[in-house]
Design a protein around this ligand. Sequence first.
Ligand code: SF4
Ligand code: SF4
Length: 407
Amino acid sequence: MKSENKNLIGLERVKKWLYAKDLAQRSSGCVLCGSCYGHGPANPMEDTPGPKEKCPPYEFYRFQRHTPKSRWLMSQRVFHGLDPITPELKEVIYACTNCLMCQELCGVRDDGYGPWDITVAMREEITEKEGPIDAHRPIYHGLQQHDNPWAIAESERGAWAKGLGLKHLTDASASTLLFAGCSADQASGQSGAIALAKLMQRAAEDFVILGKQEKCCGLYAFDLGFRREYERLSKINLATINNAGIKRVVVACGSCQRIWREYAKTPGVKFEVMHGVEYVERLIAAGRLKFIKPVNKKVTYHDSCHLGRGCGVYDAPRRILRAIPRLQLVEMERNQRWAWCCGGGGGVPEADPELAHWCATDRLREAGASGAELVLTSSALCQRSFADLEEPALPLQDLLEFVCQAL
Ligand code: SF4
Ligand code: SF4
């Protein structure tokens, strides 16, 4: 996202990447290389072979129209007025799980834009012209009415912190904010926020939370194409931390991390953004947290798309696990940059539940094949995605919740 384009919405926002008619605005568009979905090497600039499977909806449907390349080309035709927005087009555009693999692979995205940005811009275009699709309407209204994608009213939010004795920003101050994320208001997404708070307390860190006043970071608004809602939420969240003099935001969810990093690029703002795993790794390195109890287990770690490809955080979770005596960490075949998506992002669980289910099942099958007894995650979105499976191949747990047993 470029700061000069902040007020543009939809395909106008990315027109430079859609071969705009104005020559001065042109940039390199899709060159049809196929790197974002083909089973060949990662891309011509990579030394590594990359993963065989790349784009989840393409692997699920196996139709060309479900490739990132096709999304780019279809959006281009809409931009030039050659095609209308059809139900078939929407089906394809909303099957993107926002896994960011195409961004990682596309060789022409040298300036922060890529096939995924075009997909998001196309969603913005659809929202502007027709409003949200039916499957995403509850999320849209939840954000508009309650600043929460699950439509949880302010009076019912923040229950995850009950009984922990944490300081609230409304009646206390500190330079560090623990941002729990909207998933902490759901049963499947609470454990990460609770564990992070306990670890920070254990290290005697001074921090505050927002509790009931916490509003969505805007992840759903950004990824589902509700650009106006995203801009509104980002302004509120930035004003909150600026007014309170917050210098560091520690987030409990990998997807919130991606959005808070976007906030941090806003001109004139200055604060540090870290995920809980990065923060805990720092506390361990400083000797303020020590794992003394051995844990006789074999575990594997699932890299969340947004924390991994979105923010480049791969080492911190692995270093934390290696600091635990007797714990064995085994890797899945597709890990780090090439980790397979759990299917939980991009509004796909709502718009295409079969695809979301297939992604999560395939990921846990792979986790089982690694020989691990347990899968660890650092994202509440992934946690929810796996928790939705009726018969998961392996049990799963939030990484920070898991490591608490070694203190
Ligand atoms: S973000 Fe992921 S799912 Fe979406 S088009 Fe790119 S590779 Fe496919
Ligand atoms: S979107 Fe990028 S990686 Fe995919 S075909 Fe086009 S240029 Fe190649």
